[in-house]
Design a binder for this molecule. Sequence first.
Ligand SMILES: Nc1ncnc2c1ncn2[C@@H]1O[C@H](COP(=O)(O)OP(=O)(O)OP(=O)(O)O)[C@@H](O)[C@H]1O
Length: 739
Amino acid sequence: MERLEGMVTDIVFHNEENGYTIARLSNGDGDFTAVGCMPTLSIGETVELEGKWGRHRLYGEQFEAEKFIPVIPTSVEGIRVYLASGMVKGIGEKMANRIIEKFGVETLDVIQNTPDRLLEVEGIGRKKIEQIKKSYSEDRELRNIIIEMSPYGISPNQCLRIYKRYRSNALKLIAENPYRLAEDIRGIGFKTADNIARKMGIDMNSEDRIEQGILFVLRNALMEGHTYLPESEVEKEAMDLMNIDMERVDNCLLSLAYDQKIKLENTKEGIAVYLMNYFLAETSVCNKLVELSVFEFTKDKNIDISDKINEVEKAENIKLADNQRQAVKEAVNGGVTVITGGPGTGKTTTINTIIKIFRGMKKEVALAAPTGRAAKRMTETTGEESKTIHRLLEMGYSTDDELVFFRNEEEPIKADVIIVDEASMIDILLMNSLLSAIKPGTKLIIVGDSDQLPSVGAGNVLGDIIDSGVIKTVRLNEIFRQAEQSMIVVNAHKINKGERPVLNRKGKDFFFLNGETPQKIMDTVVGLVEKRLPEFYKVDGLRDIQILSPMRKGDVGVNNMNTVLQSCLNPPGERKAEAVFNKRTFRVGDKVMQIKNNYTKSWKTEDEKDSGEGIYNGDIGYIYYIDKNKKLIYVIFDESKIVEYSYEEMDEIEHSFCTTIHKSQGSEFPVVVIPISWAPPMLLSRNLLYTAITRAKKLVVLVGDTRYLDMMIKNNRVNARYSMLSERLGVLKEEGVII
Ligand SMILES: Nc1ncnc2c1ncn2[C@@H]1O[C@H](COP(=O)(O)OP(=O)(O)OP(=O)(O)O)[C@@H](O)[C@H]1O
């Protein structure tokens, strides 16, 4: 290993995400190039590098740095460059010159050890000194973390999170127990922590390691939708993951339970292992549902609302079907009511009738849905304001950046009736937060299609509530006349029953185009969005058509589709700025999707007349402007909301010329095109196909091989999720808590 010192004269290349940097440096012996993970390197800075000389095929000799240590500048010129670089907040170029004029080579020593002397410099007061002191020490602490952690593959962004969490104790705490990173820092998992621990020489049989490994197994299970895992599965997975014996796993299971991080629950099938907050959520959802549904409504008890329904029917010129009427009656009289049904079965019509009746009774009705788009649609179809569940619960952030709801047991939602739509997307934690904020006596109406894909988060809440048979449920199953003409609706119901859809009926809205190979499928899809559909249906290839793929990988998976579709729908152009993240080129005009809920992300319209907060998982927008100097990307959502993303935030955005069917849940598009080809069996499922086609309002085009279409329709094995909600509700019924 060689050591080399030099001052950075140029940054030739810098990857924001992994810190890989190519820089030109100079020292007494001349100029040279250095490459490696040096995330904080900046021009003017002097660094000491550890590494070896290598030779690049094209660029010749270069120093391959494995470690870099910023050298505190000792020359007046070095200090000037360092201070003027903006590294220390509160000191700009002019101020740097004034300070250096005063203290010369001792400048940094003064800032660090006797900062009060800065008062001697014109323009610096007490407040400024505090700012400089804070920023100087933060900068140094953060740099130390970055330097120490980069070799383990921890990104500068994650280092920032580490610093925010542990402050100046970071390196000490990590050295004591690197596994705490997996618990405390978003984006760092057990495997990374384990890798760090290994390099630090930590005992592979340590309890910290095994406990974190077990929590990792349980968190992974959440991502597959399970609220718990049977003990035998936890044991097996933990043993495989950590290469340890069962006794150690069992001991650590007990100590985690003792520390209340997990819950071990005895069930008929054996021991169920829950992460504690999921256990609490599941039990409290169950209790709360029962509490709300057994509430004695003395005042309006069983009032006959037939007359009221008749009035609405008359006013709206409709005639409700029998089960719609029944749904309205249950909803008006009961505590908790579930209304479920496929597309076009009259859910919205039923909701609207319920709202009108409650309004007539002078009741306060609150409407909500789990996503921003679903809430917006609910507003459109009911003509009443609907909020996201998060907004209804008045979400905010605590002082340590944790998500909190200001509507809860102590401050419940002020409404007599709450109607939530698209309930299939509600996971167990969100349901728990919602129910906690509903006071007994408030009526809850849960509306959704239980045949859609279950929520992204853990649990199978809607399905479980319905299956339990404990909560009043009305299933709407009649497809109404207007809807019947739509083959999308007819076929959705056929698919749901396991029947083959009607394909290619002339003048209709549901087509199948053959494509035997992935390449042919791709060519057909490109032809459809580029030319055929825009010409024939007068739709915009980029805005009105959404390609939905079951999977990410493979030729017709989302990743490859996006590359191909970007090149035809938004090719490079002279005036289209570009920036590369995670090996993907983002370009002005690209269609992109926000992939996590960001409740505090602010947006404003171009004329700045309107502004607000919140961009949600699944929201689709277009890249509007890229400011390469400021490293900012602007995306426009809903044709007017402009949102600014720093380069570091680009992990919240991905291309969405094509998206996964999972990500399309809760959205609707005029035209949906779906490639149908080989995919891993768990993705060739009926409810995935059903969810995809029910996203389309005007037209569905399937492209591929009918063999796989048949496989999807036949495969109704809904990927089973471990969840005990239905059983828990059932037990309460057996015990007579609920009749
Ligand atoms: N009782 C009824 N008689 C006649 N038409 C009805 C009746 N109920 C609903 N419809 C009509 O059927 C169509 C679908 O109804 P609605 O929008 O209420 O269903 P939905 O279940 O909410 O559908 P989706 O889930 O697709 O939005 C609408 O055009 C509506 O006007």
